[in-house]
Ligand binder design. Sequence first.
Ligand code: GAR
Length: 287
Amino acid sequence: MFSKLQQRWKVNGLQLFLILCTFALGGSLCGYLARRLLISTGLEKNGLWVVLYIIAMTLIWPLCVLLVSIPFGQYPFFKKYLTKVWTRMTRQKSPVTHVAIFASGAGSNAHKIIDHFQNNGAVKISLIVCNNPQAGVLNLAAARKIPSLLIQKKRFYEEDAYLPELARQHIDFIVLAGFLWKVPVTLINKFPNKIINIHPALLPKYGGKGMYGDKVHEAVLAAKEKESGITIHYVDEIYDHGNIIQQATCSIEENETPASLAQKIHQLEHKHYPEVISHLLQATNNS
Ligand code: GAR
């Protein structure tokens, strides 16, 4: 418990001890002063004295704690702490939907999505999550001043799946845009029907583990398909499996190559993905 508090408040052992002393002494001082106040005003004879006592405690407590924090050398910590508590208490529920984009590569889809929502007061791209330190999408995040989060496999799959970081950015909705890791159940359970993916083929064909980017286009051409396309779908525990939201198709020419097909697919993705996200978020907000 103590080590968790140390991590949360980013303090060392001694500072944690002084902070806890401040809480204890500040609390006692507050209780004493609230009682004195009720006695001196005669209110302690009132039948509602318990309620009045709690109100007095609540009002006096921040002052007492701040006062006691000075001799303990913890004034800066408590000033910040109380400001945070006050901001949380007074903050109105934000009407903005905060979106996180998860991507592993160049980020051309992420780029289009960011552009699409950049002047939208109701939707904010608040976080870029990436598993690949070399990914172009990280440069994009930096250029657009969007916070980014580089994730590690162990914590993503075996620990808290970075839920605290998502909560810190108030994330309501997750968009996978070329994200090549499977989404852990912890995340799916936390965001039911609020994680969507785009796949560069017409699912249920040409999906599943290992099917991404050019591998998909090569498989489609090898099977001599006459058309391919994109699938936007909800994410569940199985790769490329959740309910389909929208598909769009393109034809395949005789001399089609994986590269030329990829280009056509990217065009479809850039046209449809931002629009679909927009419709889904409007529908969610109106429900
Ligand atoms: C997109 O074509 C997307 O459909 C695909 O990765 C590409 C990412 O491009 N996703 C998958 O293959 C997932 N199975 P981008 O980084 O330029 O947006």
